[in-house]
Design a protein. Structure first.
Length: 244
């Protein structure tokens, strides 16, 4: 039996984790945290799964360190100063942080890096992402993760290539650019496409999420594999493929 604390319990993905616990006999949610409530002291848990917001994540992280609980978090829209706090916490507990806990997206990142390396600079890279109207950050953390994979395939740093707004450039596209477009509307769970544009041919790699339960399943899988992991930061990709 895996006993979880869920931070961001009233959010869409947190709710999906709780629902997953109802559906699985070997999974139990023993505590919840949200804007209006927090974990009780002395609760017996194996790990924490967090899909919240930066303010609640900071409080949850402190709780995880205090109680020596592994932490899985999908909260990425944090201030740069928080990264040092996260790194310090990882000295005492294992932490898995990812923009996307979809197994398919993890595979896609690897495919994008390989395609970028193989196709080379003769192919220009653009990324498009679509999410529901309520999403606050743009571009999405997943789009940025895919962009980093593409840049890595070229042996480049994303900061050197990323273009988020062409409205003021007034110049032809540079081959070194990596454009990222964010669309928002409706109830779209998440869709990401990486385009490789060549002369007379085009390659598109796409992932579409149909239901948030897939993120809940991935996060719970990460929590299970994090139990035996030593302190430190570990990516979802590492947890997946090190066990493959």
């Amino acid at each position: 039996m895996l006993k979880l604390l869920v931070s961001g319990a009233t959010g869409t993905t947190g709710t999906a984790v709780i629902q997953l616990a109802f559906d699985q006999d070997d999974l139990q949610v023993v505590g919840q945290a949200s804007r209006s409530t927090f974990f009780q002291a002395g609760v017996d848990a194996d790990a924490i799964v967090d899909f919240s917001h930066p303010e609640l994540l900071a409080r949850t992280l402190a709780f995880a360190v205090q109680h020596k609980l592994p932490l899985v978090t999908g909260t990425t829209a944090t201030e740069p100063e928080f990264e040092a706090t996260l790194a310090k916490a990882a000295e005492s507990i294992p932490i898995c942080r990812a923009a996307n806990f979809s197994i398919g997206v993890s595979v896609l990142c690897r495919l994008v890096e390989q395609a970028s390396r193989t196709l080379g600079e003769d192919f220009e890279i653009e990324i498009s992402e679509i999410h529901h109207r309520r999403k606050l950050d743009a571009p999405s953390g997943t789009a940025l993760a895919l962009a980093k994979s593409a840049a890595s395939g070229r042996g480049r740093c994303l900061d050197e290539m990323a273009v988020l707004d062409r409205s003021q450039l007034k110049t032809p596209r540079n081959r070194d650019e990596l454009g990222i477009q964010a669309l928002r509307g409706g109830d779209v769970v998440g869709e990401h496409t990486v385009f490789f544009f060549g002369d007379a041919e085009r390659l598109e790699l796409t992932h579409r999420a149909a239901d948030r339960s897939l993120f809940a399943r991935g996060a719970v899988l990460a929590a299970r594999r994090l139990l035996d992991h030593p302190p430190g930061m570990v990516s979802f990709d590492q947890l997946l493929f090190s066990a493959a």
